[in-house]
Ligand binder design. Structure first.
Ligand code: PGA
Length: 254
């Protein structure tokens, strides 16, 4: 059984005071949630306050990046050890915004993913095609390359979390249809199985890209969608709590 995981990615939003206010409301709103995991991936400057505010709750804490070296002359980067010390359990790796604006490649994504796993931090490693790639029918080729290169050499493959985020659906209000998302997720699982065999049945694959309270239930009714990576709709406690508390839509046609 793959336990659903719903991670909020705050990107570069909210200061520490705003983080505290959010968490105060959010933890009450999801207090009765037991059968799924909720995680908040916050800016570095919020980590300390968020860790304090989350104490005693099962809500996970994550960063939005992590470096592969333990320490050194890497201005602007942060290590696994630093994140663990502050109370992080997760790190988003290779988000499309990092690939697009900060030169992240499959090679650096792989290094970050491996380092996180080695240090006991769960990487939420992001993959996904751009609109141009989808329109050129390259979706599957891109996903195949991102998986083969970005997720190679994992010592404990079931410990990674994969987030499939079609770039054209991020922050655009254009969600992939449940059928489009399921098709991509099934492909991702199949490619992961080529590398790691039966571990693919246990690995969690999250969908990201304009997830909202009103489309989460439909997405989660698909067999290979194991949770969500949520940007915009994770910034308000009420809306993110609704997403976490999704109910699977009953009969959704694929
Ligand atoms: P969005 O972002 O939910 O605002 O589309 C998702 C993400 O970038 O992880």
């Amino acid at each position: 059984m793959r336990k659903p995981l719903i991670a909020g990615n705050w990107k570069m939003f909210k200061n520490a005071a705003e983080a505290r206010t959010f968490i105060y409301a959010f933890k009450q709103a999801v207090a009765d949630v037991k059968d799924r995991e909720a995680v908040l991936c916050v800016p570095y400057t919020d980590l300390w306050a968020a860790a304090e505010a989350l104490k005693g709750t099962p809500i996970g804490l994550g960063s939005q990046n992590v470096h592969w070296e333990a320490q050194g002359a890497f201005t602007g980067e942060i290590s696994v050890g630093m994140l663990k010390e502050i109370g992080c359990q997760y790190a988003v790796v290779g988000h499309s915004e990092r690939r697009q604006y900060f030169g992240e490649t499959d090679t650096t994504v792989n290094k970050r993913t491996l380092a996180a796993l080695a240090g006991g931090l769960t990487p939420i490693t992001c993959i996904g095609e751009t609109l141009q790639e989808r329109e050129a029918n390259k979706t599957f080729a891109v996903l195949e390359r991102q998986i083969k290169e970005g997720l190679k050499g994992l010592p404990n493959p079931t410990a990674v979390v994969i987030a499939y985020e079609p770039v054209w659906a991020i922050g655009t209000g254009k969600t992939a249809t449940p059928a489009q998302a399921q098709e991509a997720h099934a492909f991702v699982r199949q490619e992961f199985a080529k590398l790691y065999g039966t571990a693919a049945q246990s690995v969690r694959i999250l969908y990201g890209g304009s997830v909202k309270p009103d489309n989460m239930g439909q997405l989660m009714s698909q067999g290979d969608i194991d949770g969500g990576l949520v940007g915009g709709a994770s910034l308000e406690a009420e809306s993110f709590a609704k997403i976490v508390k999704f109910e699977k839509a009953a009969a959704v046609t694929k």
